[in-house]
Write a protein that binds this ligand. Structure first.
Ligand SMILES: [Zn+2]
Ligand SMILES: [Zn+2]
Length: 316
């Protein structure tokens, strides 16, 4: 099959890559999204080798679950051993022996086909387009915040970052809290937030210092952490969403002095994300930038790296 494969140094277009595991459900990839994590992996994060891509929508070609065959699906990306304590608690994403689609010991979605266990797959309704469906994985990560923190509607909330994930987190928080501010760097990226009655700011002014009960850091950069710590109130809560290759020189002193609760947050369950897209509760269409054929992956990656880009897709 055709893939764009990463050898640890660069991505290469390969025409005759072996097909994925026959013991799992085989999915023909309709569309895959390029995410910040993919760009981090290309920069050395996780020391991953193989096919990248973990945001996808596809059509099931073979499966041990006959109800899935021929259906349009998205897939949860963590595959656990199903034997350890975490897996028994349905926390496959914390299984020490897990594989992760396109991130850890498992080939991903920048290919004609991928495989996942049938229990990882979710059929999506026709009301969700292919482009929208690719956002389900990162939107699930945004909804994970609601699983981890009991959001008080009175809270004054901030999100640091104006990229794809930050935009979705703002919208998810807005469902529970009326006062949400997005701190961004690009006026063009904040336009849509304003339409959704989310307050927007470029840069951090002194009035915002220690003003927020909850701050979510979703910049994908080290400087985001420093900004986040400026915004949070003493005894407030900080949620860290960025997985970045380097977290050097992080100063944790303010965390201790101000007794901040730090929460790391990663993947989430797909169900709330699928429902939110199907009912139009969350909008993602404004983030659809461009679709490239898989063989033009290098142009797509360059496009994804640009600061004013939201989401670039690859079509095998
Ligand atoms: Zn991602
Ligand atoms: Zn396990």
């Amino acid at each position: 099959m055709k893939t764009a494969c990463f050898d640890g140094k660069q991505m290469k277009y390969v025409q005759n890559y072996p097909y994925p595991k026959p013991e799992e459900s085989l999915v023909k990839v309709n569309l895959a999204g390029i995410c910040g994590t993919d760009l981090e992996i290309l920069g050395g994060y996780m020391e991953y080798r193989g096919i990248l891509g973990h945001e996808f929508v596809g059509t099931v070609k073979h499966s041990d679950n006959s109800n899935l065959v021929g259906k349009r699906v998205v897939g949860e990306i963590n595959v656990g051993c199903n034997e350890c304590d975490n897996c028994k608690k349905d926390l496959q994403r914390h299984c020490p022996n897990r594989t992760v689609l396109g991130i850890l010991k498992r080939d991903g979605a920048f290919a004609e086909f991928l495989s996942l266990p049938s229990e990882n797959l979710h059929v999506i309704p026709d009301s969700i387009s292919d482009e929208q469906a690719v956002f389900i994985e990162p939107l699930a990560a945004a909804f994970e915040i609601k699983e981890q923190v009991s959001l008080n509607p009175e809270w004054v909330v901030a999100v640091v970052g104006d990229g794809r994930l930050a935009q979705m987190i703002c919208q998810v928080l807005k469902l529970s809290c009326s006062n949400v501010t997005c701190f961004g760097k690009h006026q063009s990226k904040l336009k849509h937030m304003k339409k959704l009655s989310i307050l927007t700011k470029i840069g951090i002014d002194s009035l915002s210092h220690q003003f927020f009960d909850l701050v979510v850091e979703a910049t994908g950069s080290n400087s985001g952490f420093t900004d986040t710590m400026k915004l949070v109130k003493p005894r407030g809560t900080v949620i860290l969403k960025s997985t970045i290759a380097s977290r050097e020189n992080l100063d944790l002193t303010p965390t201790i002095v101000n007794e901040i609760t730090l929460i790391g947050s990663r993947c989430g369950l797909f169900k709330p994300a699928i429902d939110a897209l199907a009912t139009g509760m969350i909008s993602v269409d404004f983030m659809i930038d461009s679709i490239y054929p898989l063989e033009n992956f290098s142009d797509a990656i360059e496009h994804a790296k640009k600061s004013d880009t939201f989401k670039v897709f690859l079509k095998p």
